[in-house]
Design a protein around this ligand. Sequence first.
Ligand SMILES: [Zn+2]
Length: 249
Amino acid sequence: MRETVALTGMVLTASPMKEYDRRVEILTRERGRISAFAQGARKVGSALCACTLPFTFGEFMVYEGKSSYNVKSCMIQKFFGDIAGDYDMTCYASYFAEMAQYFTRENVEAPEEVLLLYMTLLAMQNGRVPFRLVRVIYEMRLMMIEGQGLELFECLRCHRTDTRTVYFAAGGLVCGECAAKEIELAKLYPFILGADALYSLQYILSSPLERLYSFVVAPEVLEELEHFMKGYLGRYLPHHFKALDFIVN
Ligand SMILES: [Zn+2]
């Protein structure tokens, strides 16, 4: 008898297979991103139907097959039903899922990624934080989780905390005095953050995941944050995410 394991996570993608089956990718806390097969999931009345739809969160009972896992059953803990009915939310959620997919792989546990994704979808569903800000927060925090974070609390060289000039090439804040001493940096244009934008980014980097989505910003600060993320991701994440083509700001 094959061993069944319980994995907690969220369905990232689902695609039809054969006549009645479904193939899913699940981001799990314990084993990272796994590929699984759900036999009969598209049959009317199948117990596997709802739990193998994108963004379903729960505990999946799976067993290992030859090339992928097989879903035996699932205890749904949260079903993000609103997402499928809202075009914008679907586009953003698909982008978040694609980004998580990019950074995770099988057999590398992903508890923070799972929790971040969960909190992010919850924030969109609650509707208090605009989707554009949700995106900034998600991108910023995910980059940090994946070891691509920026130092935004003090100058990387002299550690003074009163600077707001970010050099992407250096990996964070570098004050004017220190930058002037480095030939490479002196040639570059820094990104100078406003006080509110810097504070927001610091909050995103340091807040517990459960409290990430507890603030909003003025429209001009949001624009500044988006502009900042464009420069940051442009440098550190040279990848085109397909889902972005559907997001129109
Ligand atoms: Zn300095």
